[in-house]
Design a protein. Sequence first.
Length: 255
Amino acid sequence: MRFILLGPRIFLMKNGVFFHEDQASAFSGQAMTDTPRDTIATRISKALADRIISGELAPGARLRQDHVADEFGASHVPVREAFRRLEAQGLAVSEPRRGVRVAGFTVDEVREVAEMRAALEVLALRHAAPNLTPTILDAAEEASRAGDRAPDMHAWEEANRNFHTLILTPCRMPRLLAAIDDLHLASARFLFSGWRSEWEAPTDRDHRAILAALRAGHVELAAAILARHVQWVGPRGARAALPRKAKPGGAAPGR
């Protein structure tokens, strides 16, 4: 693991994959400004989010505060904070007299997330473009290649998110990037649901086209390709996602 300075931002390289400084704090388990309680809540929310995204915790599964507190050796205070974070990310819901449960999702929500990502990522890319150096674009190209070589969907999703992070982080708009990160979590969950039964690593021509446009200085072309790219909901999504009023189920996301 090592840190690399790319323009005005610090990136962590772990196992050949780059992460921006905000993501890097997740590996140490603590952001510089976190209090101990925040650190425990962050660790709990991340662990539960990983289980929800991978499908280990199914939609509707109850998140019991006492069980989670026992598992992590924590009091109920950081557990409640972790649950609030999961709710804010759309991964959990709090229901009167039923407690906190894993949130389900419908095809409408898959499309909503894809459209929100398209709008926000295009905004970020337009602001990031003047700050994208050849070094950052080279790192993004390597992330795209890593996705092409991914042996499973976990590795592909990590490489895919890394690509988007690299080209968007130089926008220097932390609130916007935080919102995009939350949407990526939702997209990852849809992805895992749609691809759970079988996996084949896709060759991402859109990533290559985005990089080619950025290298040529054609920012609006890159933005148009990015918007189309993240709004795409594949055939697995159309088949697996449920109608608006149906019970929670699976879907495949924009990428």
